[in-house]
Design a protein around this ligand. Structure first.
Ligand code: 3PG
Length: 211
């Protein structure tokens, strides 16, 4: 599956920080039950790779790795089962195709030009709210008609719909659907409720779980 295919499957990609591998499967199941099937597990905890491997077994889930900073992390994430990888920025020498398709972050027009030259068409705007948010994406629309975005960083239930209404936004990413305290408490029902609300945000992508 290409990054375009993956990003088109869900209006919201949960950005997950998972400390305990035992939480990984119930967390993933709770999100998929709410209709969010594309899951980004950030490589910020020692458990992250094991979590990716465990969550990849969940029916209907498409599990990727986030916070990928270099080629070795991309390879290791793919080996753990990641179907895609996300980076906060451009990684020198790394293109769209590879062990797992890459969604790179950009924050400026110059980075966008570099990313397009490297063959990318889809970008994470990061940190979206800090680098201009909805207004920046509106400004990028005309000069960069070939670029499509997944804004992430400061996106929440309050502003996600505004991002999703933009023609150059395919989906958004955010941690709000899996609050750290809910994960720690094992409050999976709350996470399913948050996921259901997020999945209903935009008609752009099917909310239903695909087998
Ligand atoms: C991140 O890298 O942590 C993501 O951008 C998520 O940001 P958020 O916590 O503001 O949703």
């Amino acid at each position: 599956m290409s990054i375009a295919d993956i990003l088109s499957k869900s209006p919201v990609i949960p950005v997950l920080v998972v400390d305990d591998v035992n939480s990984a499967v119930p967390l993933g199941r709770a999100l998929v039950a709410g209709g969010l099937t594309v899951l980004e597990v950030t490589l910020r905890t020692p458990a992250a790779m094991d979590c990716i491997a465990a969550m990849s077994e969940i029916e209907g889930a498409i599990v990727g790795a986030g916070t990928v900073l270099n080629r070795d992390m991309r390879r290791a994430a793919a080996d753990a089962g990641a179907k895609f990888v996300v980076s906060p920025g451009l990684i020198e020498g790394e293109g769209p195709e590879g062990p797992a398709p890459l969604l790179p972050g950009i924050a400026t027009a110059t980075e966008l030009i570099a990313g397009l030259a490297a063959g990318f068409t889809h970008f994470k705007l990061f940190p979206a709210n800090i680098v201009g948010g909805v207004d920046a994406l509106k400004a990028f629309q005309s000069p960069f008609q070939q670029a499509t975005f997944c804004p992430t960083g400061g996106v929440s239930a309050k502003n996600a719909a505004e991002y999703l209404a933009l023609p150059n936004v395919i989906c958004v990413g955010g941690s709000w659907v899996a609050p750290a305290e809910a994960v720690r408490a094992g409050d999976w029902d709350r996470i399913t409720t948050l996921a259901r609300e997020a999945a209903a945000l935009a008609p752009k992508a099917p909310a239903a779980v695909e087998g």
